[in-house]
Design a protein around this ligand. Structure first.
Ligand code: CAA
Length: 291
């Protein structure tokens, strides 16, 4: 029994058990407890963090509280040195059907500016560890945008990707006009954003939005295989590699190539480069120490 658990029990006994006490007691006794997501450690070496969006009644619509939980879980996996990659997934019916329309329908303009509405969503794209979106079912609006904030998208064969905001009188607000256009090009992005019509996972794969399509019931197995493979490498080198690939979106070719070259040079200052290359020469598997 943890010290926190015991202290909580004693505290509740002393002052009686109001609802608030019971809630905090449950939270503290179970470690991290979330309302809209499930978090687990997965893989043979327990080195993959899995976040499952779990708001089935609303097809995982991304209400504010859900996105805050995702950010919190990601930040915990980020600071957990045993975790080498994270999978973000939903249910078989929906990865996520977008931002919560009912929650935002009465928002007023001045407040969206004052509170910088949806600004906290970008935390997903700032995670330094690789994040894989495993998408089954609907990835619409903010759901498609959330998947695009991840580094790699695997999709089930019945998944649907779309930006339907135009059909409800608004436009994509979490990267749909920008990330989608950079990936699929102007014509297709325009078509998707201006019609709101979703595309299939097969089309998404052809366009380069998705890197692999698998039967829906094998999606998590395949995503986990991918995550374990990524997590088997040096976490230090992985951060450098992810930063270099991401630089391709933010720089000119010349700046990006220079950044890549300096990162490449930088790997020679790491013990993991010495270990990786020595292991190759000695015909044995490397044992990376992440330094
Ligand atoms: N927000 C809030 N609730 C949602 C939702 C959303 N984005 N999507 C679905 N739901 C709710 C429905 O209201 C319904 O709730 P009730 O049972 O309480 O009525 C429940 O989820 C099930 O949905 P449906 O009955 O509509 O299910 P369906 O299978 O008939 O249709 C669907 C599925 C095609 C995905 C349809 O739900 C739909 O079109 N959803 C909205 C998609 C959308 O427009 N997304 C963009 C949102 S705006 C945005 O994301 C802005 C941004 O860029 C950040």
């Amino acid at each position: 029994m943890s010290v926190v658990y015991q202290a909580c029990r004693q505290f509740n006994r002393l002052i009686g058990s109001s609802t608030i006490n019971r809630v905090s007691y449950k939270f503290l006794s179970t470690g991290k407890s979330y309302e809209y997501i499930i978090t687990e450690k997965k893989g043979e070496k327990q080195n993959v963090g899995m976040i499952t969006l779990n708001r089935p009644k609303a097809l995982n619509a991304l209400c504010d509280a859900l996105m805050r939980e995702v950010n919190d879980a990601l930040s915990n996996f980020e600071s957990d040195s045993s975790i080498g990659a994270v999978i973000l997934t939903g249910s078989e019916k929906a990865f996520a059907a977008g931002a919560d329309i009912k929650e935002m329908k009465n928002h007023i303009y001045s407040l969206t500016i004052k509170e910088n509405f949806l600004a906290h969503w970008s935390a997903v794209s700032q995670c330094r560890k690789p994040v894989i979106a495993a998408v089954n079912g609907y990835a619409l609006g903010g759901g498609c945008e959330l998947a695009m904030m991840c580094d790699i998208i695997y999709a089930g064969d019945k998944a649907k990707f779309g930006q339907p905001e135009i059909t409800i009188g608004t436009i994509p607000g979490a990267g749909g006009t920008q990330r989608l256009t950079r990936v699929v090009g102007k014509s297709k992005a325009m078509e998707m954003c201006l019609t709101g019509t979703p595309i299939s996972s097969q089309e998404a794969e052809k366009l380069g939005l998705v890197s692999k399509v698998v039967p829906a019931d094998q999606l998590l197995t395949e995503a986990l295989k991918l995550a374990e493979k990524i997590a088997s490498h040096s976490k230090l080198t992985t951060v450098m590699c992810k930063e270099a690939v991401n630089a391709a979106y933010e720089t000119t070719l010349a700046q990006g190539l220079l950044f890549e070259k300096r990162m490449f040079h930088g790997t020679f200052a790491t013990a993991d480069q010495k270990e990786g290359m020595a292991a190759f020469a000695e015909k044995r598997p490397p044992s990376f120490k992440d330094n």
